[in-house]
Design a protein around this ligand. Structure first.
Ligand SMILES: Cc1cc2nc3c(=O)[nH]c(=O)nc-3n(C[C@H](O)[C@H](O)[C@H](O)COP(=O)(O)OP(=O)(O)OC[C@H]3O[C@@H](n4cnc5c(N)ncnc54)[C@H](O)[C@@H]3O)c2cc1C
Length: 551
């Protein structure tokens, strides 16, 4: 969809928006947005509107902006709803679907902490977002040497983004796609990407085990089977495995990699005889994600949480330019702060801002919302190059694989940013459900997690925790996006609704793979959606360029 558009006052408009050249005005108007592809939207906009002749200055000054054919329209306050859905630059929805992890009784004790009363007005560090990223950042700051004062600002209830709405798998990629990663980077760089995932997974498991939190967060080491639907899928998987082994990434016996034939899958696991699948088993965990994040938060000190407090703007404090804010140290004797964050409950000043907003990053960082705006990032050079992993980083393959050394295995960096397209974060909706099996735990015959089969995008595991063998387990099943239609939910940031096509495919899935153990229309206890944040390239963003001009 092209971003170029024309703005017109709607039929009941109180003023013509087009007369606002080069000025700031308070506006209450019904607006009519007409996109270049002849799609149009109507909606009400209340706030300040700026039309600037200096696009670069304008877009860095305001939390949202729109590219007109010739100018930039910039607004303060919430972007008009019709535009949010077009540009994928929205705040989280107010009324999300209820997820098993968050809405099971007493599951989210921090849900509304700090949502009423006085808002904290000052902190060394403000973290926006209370998912695993934001709370991990708070935990690291709190357990570091400087111990700054930290405030977490969360738009909805605690942990109610992707972290509270996901599939619960704590699994790292062991060797999948190794050959293609080798081709797009090189062998040593490809290895680092797997080690980074391993480092993250190992660190989380270590955090839990070191504090005996296994029961509190429902950590289960149940293993994982990837189903391979065709001979080609099995050949590709075996080739990836052999290439990873040859490169020194995995060795026999490590990760318990085991190949499963079709007969074993049918006899031991109850796979449908109609399916000629094979599989590969490796060790993996699953857990209750929001309980892990709750435990992380309880292991912090000097961290204040304000839920139900959306951040609507991040601006330099009055009188400071964006260049001069960088000169102010973290611990200024007179508490001179760099940034002021606007919320509906008042402002809060901070020296540093951590954007841990995942799929919603584009709302406060407009250059991440769409590729047209990302082109305007002042730091993006005209030449393009793919993201590079630091070539001379020391590889600690042996020690990190035994888990003995938990230091980060690699440093990521890029000197030259990749093409502007890569700077976008695309909200993408995923769907998950909780379905009760027809068979009890001992009849079901499997404790492990799975992925693959069906359309190839499904992932599931049984929750045995708190049950006994005579109880029919609850299966957490996600996926079905391949049946969503359209752009496979890319660009959809609405987690207040389910996609009925995805629901239908998920309901059919388990009965088709394990006949007799599930029924399409029985046992569905909950279904919910959550919003993932995908980069356009699939590569991570690393480094401070461009971000430094924002916050
Ligand atoms: C359906 C689904 C299934 C998944 N399954 C798995 C899985 O099985 N295993 C796995 O490892 N990963 C899975 N993922 C991915 C994983 O959940 C995410 O990568 C991870 O949770 C991201 O954490 P985060 O803290 O970065 O983002 P989030 O958890 O999304 O947190 C961002 C937070 O920022 C808040 N926020 C946004 N904007 C503002 C603002 N302006 N002001 C204040 N607050 C704001 C949001 O409300 C949200 O709470 C899944 C994701 C989804 C959606």
């Amino acid at each position: 969809m092209k971003a170029a558009l024309r703005l017109r006052p709607g039929a009941s408009g109180t003023m013509s928006l087009l007369c606002l050249a080069c000025c700031i005005r308070d506006v209450l108007a019904r607006v009519h947005f007409e996109l270049a592809n002849n799609t149009s939207f109507r909606g009400q906009f209340r706030g300040q509107l700026v039309v600037a002749d200096d696009p670069l200055k304008a877009f860095t000054e305001r939390p949202w902006h729109i590219l007109d054919d010739s100018r930039v329209w910039v607004g303060i306050g919430r972007m008009p709803d019709p535009l949010q859905s077009i540009f994928g630059a929205s705040l989280p929805m107010d009324n999300p679907t209820k997820s098993f992890w968050l809405n099971t009784e007493a599951a989210n004790p921090l849900a509304e902490v700090g949502s009423t009363g006085e808002l904290t007005q000052d902190a060394d560090v403000c973290i926006i977002g209370s998912g695993i990223t934001g709370v991990s950042a708070a935990w690291h700051l709190s357990n570091g040497s400087e111990k700054p004062s930290v405030v977490i600002l969360e738009a909805r209830e605690f942990c109610s983004g992707a972290t509270g709405r996901n599939g619960g798998h704590l699994v790292r990629n062991v060797f999948n796609s190794f050959i293609s990663r080798q081709a797009s980077h090189n062998t040593s760089e490809a290895i680092k990407t797997y080690l980074l995932e391993k480092y993250t997974a190992d660190s989380l498991v270590a955090f839990i085990n070191d504090r005996n939190l296994q029961d509190e967060v429902d950590l289960v080491e149940g293993g994982h089977i990837t189903l391979l639907r065709t001979e080609q899928e099995e050949t590709d998987a075996r080739n990836d495995y052999e290439a990873a082994k040859a490169a020194g990434l995995i060795s026999d016996g490590k990760m318990g990699v085991r190949w499963l034939g079709n007969v074993e899958l049918q006899k031991k696991y109850g796979l449908s005889p109609a399916l000629n699948y094979t599989g590969v088993w490796y060790s993996a965990h699953n857990l209750w994600p929001s309980k892990l994040v709750t435990a992380l938060f309880h292991n912090t000190s000097n961290v204040v949480l304000h839920t139900k407090t959306p951040v609507t703007s991040v601006l330099p404090v009055r009188g400071l330019s964006r260049d001069s804010v960088d000169q102010i140290p973290l611990s200024h004797p007179e508490k001179q702060r760099r940034w002021v964050l606007g919320t509906p409950r008042g402002d809060i000043k901070c020296s540093y801002v951590v954007h841990a907003t995942n799929a919603y990053s584009g709302y406060l960082l407009p250059f991440m919302a769409d590729r047209h705006r990302s082109k305007m990032c002042p730091d993006i050079p005209s030449d393009s190059k793919t993201v590079e992993l630091l070539p001379d980083a020391e590889l600690k393959t042996t020690t990190t694989q035994t888990g003995a050394d938990r230091s980060p295995p690699l440093t990521l960096r890029h000197d030259i940013l990749p093409s502007p397209k890569v700077h976008t974060i695309v909200p993408t909706r995923g769907q998950v459900g909780a379905v009760r099996a027809l068979a009890n735990t001992s009849a079901l015959g499997w404790l492990n997690a799975w992925d693959g089969g069906g359309g190839g995008w499904e992932y599931w595991f049984p929750r045995y925790q708190g049950t006994n063998v005579s109880v029919n387990p609850l299966i957490i099943l996600g996926g079905g996006r391949e049946h969503a239609g359209g752009r496979l939910e890319a660009g959809v940031a609405d987690d207040a609704a389910l996609n009925p096509r995805v629901s239908a495919s998920l309901h059919e899935f388990l009965p088709s793979v394990f006949p007799g153990q599930f029924a399409a229309d029985e046992g569905w206890e909950m279904e919910w959606t959550g919003i993932m944040g995908f980069t356009a390239s699939g590569e991570p963003f690393v480094g401070s360029r461009c971000f430094s001009s924002i916050s």
